[in-house]
Design a protein. Sequence first.
Length: 136
Amino acid sequence: MTTGCPSVSARPSGFGLSFTRLESGWVSARIRSDRYWARIEASYLSDGIAHLLDAILDLATGSETARCSWHVEPGEYRWIFVKTDGGTSLRILGFRDGEAFEADEGGTFVFQTTPPLRELAAAVAYQVSRRTPADR
C-alpha cells in the first residue's frame, strides 16, 4: 500500500485516476484528491477494473451505495462508494487477508475523497477507453 498527502490538481475537486498495466495480469491504479493520493494494485485473481465499472454503473443507475474489491496476494482493497449531497464519497480500505471476510472496521485507511459522480464516472471511463486489447 502506498499512500501520501498532499497532491495538487487543476480539476475542481482535485480528483484524478490513472491505470497502468503490470506484468502477468496485474493492474495498478494511481488515485488522487486534493488531500490524498494512493497507488492500489489488483492481481490476476479478479478483474478489478470490471468490478470498479460495475460499482460506478450501480451508482449511475440509482443506487445510493456501491462496493467493489481489488484482490492482491494475499490482501484486498475495498472501494466503498456512498452518494452524498456534495458528490460521491469514496473510501478505500486495505485488508491483509483477502480470503476471509472482514468488516469495514477491520480495514486500514488507504484513501478518501468526494468527487462529483459525473467526474468519477468520466475518469474511470476514460482510463478504461485507454486500455489496449493486451491489457484486458
